[in-house]
Ligand binder design. Structure first.
Ligand SMILES: O=C(O)CCC(=O)C(=O)O
Ligand SMILES: [Fe+2]
Length: 282
């Protein structure tokens, strides 16, 4: 019998949420964002989404199905997205699942930011694990990625809610899910779905006339390469305006021994502010 997708309220994240996510490999947290925030987010990303073409080509081998849109670089474009990235609920989960595998001198980082719209007629996405990019490690892998999907519209079984295989983060590579083990993460707008990087999942098919709108934000161990190149997605002139915590999360500060730019014998200050100071001196 399938484990099901556990659902909790945000106040339960530390008490029950972490254990439920560990067991099922996925978890829905209800009532995280309000209507105002979601409206503002759509508005702030409207330019990005208008410039993102609907994918027209499609074959079953392609990772991104046709009739979908995937707008990226959200951190550069939206303060609401920036708040989502740094949300204490997300960092609580990442502190638990990722920080232990970062090592004492390293931290986790933003891995991907994208607004994903699934349109009428889209097929389902191939089931995958977010950690498949790191296939040097055999499955089941150590925790390397935590993924979140922020429901901006309602997510229903018919409109393309994310499909998940609870428990599959503990499976061997050979085990394939039975159809009854693949569940739709149905959730109202405002909820946030978490899944671990080893959990099989994919976008669902959209059988309705409406677009499903979700924001995917994923986090990875700081010693891995980011899937979305955050230094290019959010160029220094923009990133410099952000809090030092967000600059760290994007990877603009040396992470342990990795990723330095101007080395001044201290890792306590953002490389970008040092960059500015160094430029001012020349
Ligand atoms: O759109 C979704 O529900 C899932 C998307 C996804 O898993 C991905 O792009 O890696
Ligand atoms: Fe995915």
């Amino acid at each position: 019998m399938s484990l099901g997708i556990p659902q909790i309220e945000i106040s339960e994240i530390a008490d029950r949420g972490l254990d439920l996510l560990e067991d099922a490999g996925c978890l829905v947290v209800n009532s995280v964002t309000n209507n105002e925030e979601r409206t503002a987010l759509r508005e702030q990303l409207s330019g990005v989404m208008a410039n993102t073409p609907v994918k027209t080509s499609d074959d079953t081998g392609q990772f991104y199905p046709g009739h979908t849109k995937r707008g990226t670089s959200l951190v550069a474009h939206s303060d609401i997205a920036r708040n989502f990235v740094m949300h204490p609920m997300a960092t609580t989960v990442c502190d638990h699942f990722l920080q232990p595998n970062c090592g004492p001198n390293c931290r986790y980082q933003l891995h991907v930011s994208a607004a994903i719209e699934i349109g009428p007629g889209a097929r389902k996405q191939v089931l995958h694990r977010e950690e498949d990019a790191f296939d040097y490690f055999p499955v089941p892998r150590p925790n390397m990625i935590v993924a979140t999907m922020w429901a901006i519209s309602d997510f229903t079984a018919d409109n393309g809610a994310t499909l998940l295989v609870p428990g599959s983060h503990k499976w061997s590579a050979e085990r394939r899910p039975e159809p009854c083990e693949v569940l739709s993460a149905e959730m109202p707008a405002g909820s946030v779905l978490f899944w671990l990087g080893g959990t099989l999942h994919g976008g669902g098919a959209n059988l309705t006339e409406d677009w499903r709108y979700g924001v995917i934000l994923t986090y990875s161990l700081g010693w891995l390469r980011q899937e979305e190149n955050q230094s290019l997605a959010t160029p220094p002139d923009i990133a410099r305006q952000f809090s030092s915590e967000l600059q760290d999360m994007l990877g603009n500060t040396a992470n342990g021994a990795l990723g330095f730019h101007f080395y001044r014998g201290s890792d306590s200050e953002s490389d970008l502010s040092m960059d500015e100071a160094a430029t001012a001196q020349t």
